[in-house]
Design a protein around this ligand. Structure first.
Ligand code: AMP
Length: 438
């Protein structure tokens, strides 16, 4: 199957070809004709599947076909809702990339930056708005946007938006949209809450699904290093130095842990930056750019900060701490070994995390190869300690009680954990607030 067989216009095909793509991914091959036909869509697809172009390309086409409609002040025609500013920026970049031969205007709308410049752009008029829910509502409240002209709505990474507590914001936004519109819902998983949202929103939707990355790509080599809690930093430094690792994405459980580790790596002569929700928008973008351009060797991130970030085919992902939820492990290591490239996922596991490791292996349905570096053998006298979840943890499943209105609001990064979830029970005690892979 080629892009040319999907019914896309020449101007869009040219932009796709300019970008170097000729073969649609499975989600694109399935979603594009459905959207072009004007149908509602419910799509099960994660980041990395090519889902963005799956909705951006046909939306560009549908909007550009109505070429006699000139842009109206404050009144966009298509709205994409995304959970994080990073994702909003990425989607917007795709809109720009694939729409470069078209006359459509678009803008991202997200918190953490001044609202004035966004208002000016909306006032001048755009066709497509890619927004995080909280900041979009800020514009609504200031009468800086009129949603009554929306013809096409996309909920991107709907499950994550719900995880982050955006359900009330989303419902409020939906109530402001015209009844008659085309709606597309993308979600990695379909919980009851997502299905409930879909039922109210979608009209006789086509349903497409691409293989979930429940099972990690074959190309990812996984291994576990057993090591004592206090010696993880030194082991990581050793692994990076000895093996000359480059472009290493390291996951920590907390923002504070990410900062401390990045600093420690820096002191050891390894260029490293931390990426998490307490960083300013500028800092986050810079950290990401430097990492992509290989100026920074190691990016230390929390789950939420790393989510949706378009860094592909990384050679190394390190779980400095195992995630509380096994599915997050799969998601994390899915950042390496994409598109046929080989990748390595390394986990540093201390005695506190043995139960988490067993849970992960249960989900993977296999054991992960174990290694010990001489000199870093675990001390058998060290006892397991409960894994506390400090304030500001980046773990996704516990980050915010679903339904917590205005959590995060896109202004200052991901939401803080709900009070009740701050203290996790003894190690491995998980708050499964809804299953992701049903
Ligand atoms: P997404 O799932 O939309 O975040 O896309 C994941 C990655 O796949 C992005 O880096 C895209 O640029 C890339 N991509 C999207 N469509 C294609 C395609 N048809 N062929 C190759 N790569 C693609």
């Amino acid at each position: 199957m080629k892009f040319t067989e999907l019914g896309l216009d020449a101007a869009i095909l040219r932009a796709v070809a300019d970008h170097g793509y000729d073969t649609p991914t499975p989600i694109q091959a399935q979603a594009i004709p459905v959207v072009l036909a004007g149908r509602d869509l419910m799509a099960a697809a994660q980041t990395g599947t090519g889902k963005t172009a799956g909705f951006v390309l046909p939306i560009l086409q549908l909007l550009s076909q109505d070429s006699n409609l000139s842009v109206k002040r404050f009144k966009p025609r298509a709205l994409v809702l995304a959970p994080t500013r990073e994702l909003a920026i990425q989607v917007q970049e795709s809109v720009k990339t694939y729409g470069k031969h078209l006359k459509l205007r678009s803008t991202p709308i997200f918190g953490g930056v001044g609202i004035g410049p966004q208002t000016r752009i909306l006032k001048a008029g755009v066709d497509i708005v890619v927004a995080t829910p909280g900041r979009l509502l800020d514009h609504v409240n200031q009468r800086g946007i009129d949603l009554s002209g929306i013809e096409i709505l996309v909920l991107d990474e709907a499950d994550r938006m719900l995880d982050m507590g955006f359900i009330r914001d989303i419902r409020k936004i939906l109530s402001l949209l015209p009844k008659k519109k085309q709606s597309l819902l993308f979600s990695a998983t379909f919980s009851d809450e997502i299905r409930g949202l879909a039922t109210g929103l979608l009209d006789n939707p086509a349903s497409v699904e691409v293989a979930r990355r429940n099972a990690p790509a074959e190309a990812v080599a996984q291994c576990v290093y057993h090591v004592d809690r206090e010696r993880k930093r030194d082991l990581l430094i050793r692994l990076i130095d000895d093996n000359q690792w480059h472009q290493v994405l390291v996951f920590t459980r907390t923002k504070h842990g990410a900062d401390a580790l990045a600093e420690r790596l820096g002191k050891a002569g390894i260029s490293a930056a931390a990426l998490h929700g307490n960083k300013s928008q500028g800092q986050r973008q810079r950290a990401l750019e430097d990492f992509k351009r290989l100026k920074t060797n190691v990016l230390v991130a929390t789950d939420i900060a790393a989510r949706g970030i378009d860094i592909n085919d990384l050679p190394h992902v390190v779980n400095y701490e195992l995630p509380n939820v096994p599915e997050d492990y799969v998601h994390r290591i899915g950042r390496t070994g994409r598109a046929g490239a080989s990748g390595e996922a390394t986990s540093l596991v201390c005695i506190d995390e043995h139960k988490l490791l067993r849970d992960i292996e249960r989900v993977l349905k296999r054991q992960i190869e174990t290694r010990v570096v001489p000199g870093f053998e675990p001390d058998p006298r060290i006892k397991a300690e409960p894994i506390m979840k400090p304030r500001g943890s980046g773990s996704s499943r516990t980050a915010a009680a679903p339904g917590k209105a205005h959590a995060g609001h896109g202004r200052s990064g991901p939401p803080q954990p709900a009070k009740s979830s701050r203290k996790a029970p003894a190690r491995g005690g998980l708050h499964h607030s809804g299953s992701r892979h049903q």
